[in-house]
Design a protein around this ligand. Sequence first.
Ligand code: GLY
Length: 386
Amino acid sequence: MSETYDVLVIGGGLIGLVTAWRAAQRGLRTAVADPAPGGAGATVVAAGMLAAVTELHYGEQALLALNLASARRYPDFTAELEEASGQDTGYRACGTLAVALDADDRAHLRELHALQQRSGLDSEWLSGRECRRLEPMLAPGVQGGLRVDGDHQTDPRRLAGALLTACERAGVAFHRAGAVRALLAGDRAAGAELADGTRISAGRTVLAAGSGSGRLAGLPEEALPPVRPVKGQILRLRVPDAYAPFLSRTVRAVVRGGHVYLVPRENGELVLGATSEELGWDTTVTAGGVYELLRDAHELVPGITELPLVETRAALRPGSPDNAPMLGPTVLPGLLAATGHHRNGVLLTPLTGDVMAEVLTTGRLPDEAVPFSPRRFAPALQEQSA
Ligand code: GLY
């Protein structure tokens, strides 16, 4: 079987779905190839924090600007998507509290606060007592913390479900099979062959398969986005009605150098994450990973041990060499990337959709995305056309 589209998106996670939805809205005949669109990988494991400010790192000012631009789009994006799909996405403007448990954590948070202030970001230093007044379930030993009222959350599973429906309503075709080999026409990418034997021809092919985006056969090495898998293990607990409200906002900390966060949903789900492990393609949930998450979260919020543990999962974040995304044309004409979002895939979903739709429609990468071209990793070849 053979089909032809303007755009083939390889990967049906949040990034692939938003790219397809926005492309279809702009009138492009669009297909998505994925065995389980919206239902696998990092999309269904991610906690959904929109943490542009609390996940700020030294040396990532350009990424901060991109993250903030996407965070600002979330309310309108959510409203438009909910209207288009008729589904709730679980967006919640709840804010975040990042706390310190000991003197080392406190020093780390003070440095983060100084960096946030130098970057013009809103965050407020609170004493331990003030933190506990906001979140009474916090451990008595909490030393202080940062209140960040602009870092919100969404529910990635609901978001993916809404995007899937919005895509279907916008006319996106879904092929429920993975892409196994790229098709080439002369020196251009021209679609892909799928695991079920279907050949999809397309004017533009978008690699949006998360950490698997660099593995498609049939492409020249220099055109493949350099993504690496970064494993995250995550737990889901349930807050019984008798314990609600357990936490009112996202609560997070750095404990012994590892990040731990608790993301409370309005439906009673409490997401507890996440490990960050560079172990190749392994997605095993390990006793050690679960132990460390529970141990660190218990130091932060001792009451979690009373809650039912309902799910343990692991998935792979798509890391890039500089941990920033790759958006737009690769060095191979007709081949684009939307991957490498690492810790920021959910946050960057609205902006990625807009950027990819613009470049797919006009051939022009919006200014805000130019520093994130995949071609930055192939400088000798970056002059080639889109
Ligand atoms: N942004 C949260 C994580 O990657 O664990």
